[in-house]
Write a new protein. Structure first.
Lengths: 293, 167
């Protein structure tokens, strides 16, 4: 169902009008994990709009390079590289490579993740390991590598984590990601506490539905248009507003903010009513574990 | 922040110099009454007392300011927005639930879930509702407040957040 015409839908400014000046990150370098596509690319572009140089890390070098080309078009220096964030030595090597190319990394965006709808009983050990370790171990390893380098330099920094709107409710049909994304949010608070004495801030955005070309949830024959009305806000998110909020937490504008998890989901996680449609277990949903996949 | 709130009219109830300055710097006109696009309610910190030393009058005063007045003010603001056929933004600002006394613990908890509820009830009126529960009073509070009531936060509603580690 389309959103009824008498409803009012709040919309963000266009991509070309970011909320901060073009030099707010001037002279700084951000490393974005999973930055070659989707939400990571949106984060990377948002940092670039503030003047940051961008190191784009991805499992696939090709995809990282494709994303880097789009980021470079915004007028900043970029470096693309391949890395498996589950491997500490690979993470350290990637930081070395990025710093050699672009200088010290002072900002970090943890976005690398994998996600797909699957019934819990059908999650193989490999699939469980992939989804949870990319998000949980990857965020830990990249953040700790970042922090060690910042502390060694005697300089602070800022980290932002891409978490998800379903972290406080569970997500039937997505057990691996439900666990992984909440771990990212809870570790955000503790990492922020551990590194506050070193001037390193850590915050997370618990993101709702921001469709993009690479998202599992965007691959539907009818596209995402029919999904707008399921969100209280009357629309799915525009991916640049996610990128902006992520980058914004790393600006001096929010310089005192740390340990926070900001939900940006158009009210999606808050939809409830006393009387709801009959409960259908994920395994019995005609259209798959997520209800329409 | 330039231009975040250009053309918007904001009414701030309660006192926060940082929020007042940031909202003005972002381009909004501060108004004392009449039509407005933004309503910010700032509750002052309550006294810190053990629960058994709080009189009922003190308890009630905290809940009046920290909860009841916020609900009633939000309801009136939302009514006015609907009457004009325009969206709006509501922001509640106060102390975190465990920062002061049991009165604030009750008020902040109630306010948090009220925020989540109103955010959904009024979503299709284009009215967003968010809360900042913090001990911070400085620039970040002002900037965050200005962001949350701006169109840049168009996809943020029903959100409750702090600023500092122990918020």
């Amino acid at each position: 169902m389309p959103v009824p015409s008498h409803h009012i839908v709040a919309t963000p400014p266009p991509f070309g009008a970011p909320p901060y000046p073009a030099d707010i990150f001037a002279g700084q370098t951000v490393l974005v994990t999973g930055g070659g596509s989707g939400m990571g690319l949106a984060m990377a572009k948002a940092f670039a709009q503030g003047g940051a140089q961008v190191a784009v890390m991805g499992r696939s070098l090709d995809r990282a390079q494709e994303g880097a080309a789009q980021i470079a078009a915004l007028g900043v220096r970029v470096h693309a590289m391949s890395c498996d964030v589950r491997l500490p030595e690979a993470v350290a090597a990637a930081f070395d490579e990025a710093e050699e190319a672009l200088g010290p990394i002072g900002l970090l965006a943890n976005n690398a993740g994998a996600n797909f709808p699957v019934l819990a009983e059908n999650i193989s050990a490999n699939a469980w390991g992939a989804v949870t370790r990319i998000a949980i171990d990857g965020t830990f390893l990249c953040s700790a590598e970042f922090a060690r380098r910042r502390i060694a330099r005697g300089e602070g920094g800022a980290i932002v984590v891409n978490s998800a709107q379903y972290i406080w409710t569970g997500f039937p049909g997505d057990a691996h990601s439900a666990a992984a994304k909440t771990a990212q949010a809870t570790m955000t608070k503790k990492l922020a506490a551990d590194w506050a004495p070193h001037g390193i801030r850590v915050n997370a955005v618990a993101a709702g539905f921001f469709p993009h070309e690479a998202s599992v949830s965007g691959r539907r024959e009818e596209g995402v248009e029919p999904l707008q009305n399921m969100i209280p806000a009357g629309r799915t998110g525009s991916i640049w507003e996610f990128g902006w909020l992520s980058a914004m937490t790393c600006t001096p504008l929010f310089g005192a903010m740390t340990g926070q998890v900001i939900v940006q989901d158009g009210g999606e996680s808050l939809r409830r009513s006393l009387i709801m449609p009959d409960f259908v277990p994920p395994r019995e949903r005609a259209e798959g574990p997520w209800g329409w996949q | 922040m330039t231009g975040w709130l250009t053309g918007k009219r904001a009414r701030i109830e309660g006192d926060s110099p940082a929020i007042r300055a940031a909202i003005q710097a972002a381009g909004a006109a501060l108004v004392a009454g009449g039509d407005c696009d933004i309503w910010v309610h700032v509750a002052p910190p309550t006294a810190v007392k053990p629960a058994h030393e709080l009189t009922h009058a003190e308890w009630r005063a905290s809940l009046d300011t920290g909860l009841d007045r916020r609900f009633l003010g939000a309801r009136d603001f939302a009514d006015a927005c609907r009457a004009r056929g325009q969206g709006g933004a509501i922001l509640f600002v106060g102390a975190p639930g465990q920062a002061l006394g049991a009165d604030q613990a009750a008020a902040a908890g109630a306010l948090g879930n009220l925020t989540k509820t109103l955010g959904v009830e009024w979503a299709r009126d284009g009215i967003r509702v968010n809360s900042i529960l913090t001990r911070e009073t400085g620039d970040t509070l002002g900037h965050l407040a200005a962001y949350l009531v701006s169109d840049y936060a168009a996809y943020v509603t029903g959100a409750v957040m702090g600023i500092a580690l122990d918020d």
